[in-house]
Structures are given as C-alpha cells and as structure tokens.
Design a protein around this ligand. Structure first.
Ligand code: F1P
Length: 345
C-alpha cells in the first residue's frame, strides 16, 4: 500500500515531467503519436491511446515493437514516438526506437529503470519510478506507466485547449486520490483469494472489457497466462458476438470489467448474453452496484472512478486474482517458466 501511495505524487518530484516541458512544442506540433512497446507495456500504450485521443485529439497508433521493427512502417518527421518499457532493455523496443530515429521522428521514452538503454537512446523521457519490479511479470510498472502517460496527456490537453480548465483540474484532483483508491482496491485481496480457489483448475478463462477497460482485459488475461499457465484471452466485450461467444458454456469463467461508467448499459447486456449461455461470471464492479450483482456469480467491488482513470483501479483485483490462482496451482509467481524479465534478444 505504501509504495502505491508514494510513487503517484507528482508534486513530490517522484514522477519527472521535465522531459515533456522541455519538448512541449514537439508534442503540440505532432501530427501523430506512435506508441511502441511489448507485453504489459503495450497494454499501457493501448490505455494511453484512449486517453491521448480523448484529452489531446492527436491521432494515436499503438504497435507491438516486435512487429513494427520488422515491417516497413511509415514514420514521419512530425511523429512523436513514445517507447514504453519497464526494464528499458527490451530488444524489440530498442530496435523500434532506432528505426524511428533513423526516420527523423522524436522519441520519448517512458521507462522504469533509471539510466537503462531505452532511457539513454530516446531523445527525452519520463521515469515511472515504480521501484524494483521483483517478479518477472509486470504489475506496478503497468499502473505507473498509465499514470505518467495520463499526466502527459493532461498537460498537452491543457496546452492545446482540447481539455477544458475545469476538466483538467478535476482530473488532477482525482489523480491525487488514486493512491487511496488503490489502497481500497487492494482490500479486495480476500475476495480475490476466495474466487481464485473456485477457478484455479479452469483450463481457460475469458476477460472482457469495454473502452478504457478493454486493454485492462488484455492485461488481466496476460497476467493469468504468464504466472499460472492457464490459457486466457482478453477481448473487447462488444467483439464477443463476433466469435468468442461460441466458447461460452458452464465450464468457462468469464471475467468482466464492469464499472459503473460510460459503457455500463452495454456491458450489462454483454453479461446477460454470457449468463444466457451459462458462463460463469466474475465481475469487477463499482461499490454499490446492483444490476451486475444480480447477474454475476461473483463480484469484486472497487471504488468509483472516472472512465479515464479507472484502469489504474480495475487492474488491481485482476492482478490479485492471477496471483492467488498461480500460488494455489503451485507456480512460482516471481519466476515463471520460460519468461525473462528483460527480453534482450
Ligand atoms: C516487456 C515484457 C513484460 C513482461 C515480461 C517480458 O518488458 O513483455 O511486459 O511482463 O517481463 O517483457 P518491458 O519492455 O516493459 O521491460
């Protein structure tokens, strides 16, 4: 809880924003923001796409660095390329940066490890200061990456006038409350443990979310795969009817991220579709929710948050769920098989 509290306070100088301030014109003149990253960092990039486009109206593209580096992508001089990496050593992300620089783009790094290769190779950057990531699977790196990217988007939205002053201040105030909300979300620990005990032997799991929480569904599924070796897939809830719905039966646990926000009514109807096919529903809901509670087999309650900041909170119970499932299956959560902390080849 303490580490979550500490590192989110920008006014204590823990999150460094100088990289943005010194290069504000580059960002403001960007025709496009291109985000390159791998794994969990790529998921943070997807959340950032929603946030940047909403706050700044600058078009954003998010690419797996591992694909980007091998194709012949169009990179323009007025692109800002944001490279996200916890370790700052990921070879695919490094190669994507090299390509971007060769094509004259401005490269901004978002790294956790101070002085890492990516922080040295990028033109400017911001550190996440999440503290050491002891486990191989990224967890606190994800929430701090999103926090830093949100702060950048707020700064740009304010400068561009695409975000109103009252909205800007409301988001800043809400960011200050995030550590408390994360602490509250961590209180779902026992509930996550209880649910984990029910589903630890499931061969497959489906994760669904909409809007800002679609990338959280991807990240929830990745966390489960990485540390418990259960096959899991994340999907935008609205895409379910285009394929994955065929998978649903009474054996299939479906984790739905369903906070009471923008897409709430739509997600309720997605949950109804799962229920009518006898899927087992585990829903992450806003405290006090009634509608989803009536439909779901299990609910995990989190504090109320605005749409844009909700991934910082909704991801916590999913991390706990994966953790407990992995522990109950006897897996080494810090050192999963076949997985390296820095993928440097
Ligand atoms: C990317 C990443 C992590 C994953 C694992 C392997 O690393 O895919 O997201 O959990 O550690 O590498 P990074 O570029 O963010 O350091």
């Amino acid at each position: 809880k303490d580490t979550y509290r500490g590192r989110l306070h920008a006014n204590e100088g823990i999150v460094q924003m100088a990289g943005v301030e010194d290069n504000l014109e580059k960002f403001l003149n960007a025709k496009r923001i291109l985000i390159v990253a791998c794994g969990t960092s790529w998921h943070a990039g997807l959340v950032a796409e929603y946030i940047f486009e909403e706050f700044t109206r600058i078009p954003v593209e998010v690419e797996y660095a591992s694909e980007f580096r091998y194709r012949n992508p169009i990179i323009n001089k007025d692109d800002v390329v944001i490279a996200i990496s916890q370790s700052g050593e990921t070879a695919d992300t490094m190669a994507a940066i090299k390509l971007a620089k060769e094509n004259g783009a401005f490269v901004f790094g978002v790294c956790n490890v101070v002085g890492s290769s990516i922080s040295r190779e990028s033109h400017a950057g911001a550190y996440t200061h999440a503290g050491p990531e002891i486990g191989v699977a990224s967890t606190k790196a994800f929430t701090t990456q999103i926090t830093v990217l949100t702060m950048i988007a707020l700064r740009l939205g304010k400068a561009k006038g695409t975000l109103s002053n009252p909205d800007f201040h409301a988001y800043l105030q809400e960011l200050e409350l995030v550590p408390e909300k994360v602490a509250e979300a961590l209180e779902t620990n026992d509930r996550a443990k209880e649910i984990a005990a029910k589903f630890k032997d499931a061969p497959n799991c489906l994760y669904l979310g909409r809007g800002y929480n679609f990338p959280v569904a991807l990240e929830g599924a990745l966390k489960l795969k990485e540390i418990s070796y259960i096959h899991a897939e994340g999907y935008p809830a609205a895409e379910m009817k285009h394929g994955p719905i065929a998978l649903i039966d009474e054996q299939m646990p479906v984790i739905v991220i369903a906070p009471k926000q923008g897409h709430y009514d739509k997600i309720v109807s997605n949950i109804q579709e799962i229920k009518s096919r006898s899927g087992k529903i585990i829903a992450v809901v806003t405290k006090g929710d009634i509608q989803v509670r009536e439909l779901a087999d299990y609910v995990i309650e989190i504090p109320e948050t605005s749409d844009a900041l909700s991934p910082l909170i909704t991801t916590i119970p999913l991390q706990l769920l994966s953790y407990y499932i992995a522990v109950m299956r006897g897996c080494n959560v810090d050192q999963p098989r076949n997985l390296a902390k820095s993928v440097t080849v």
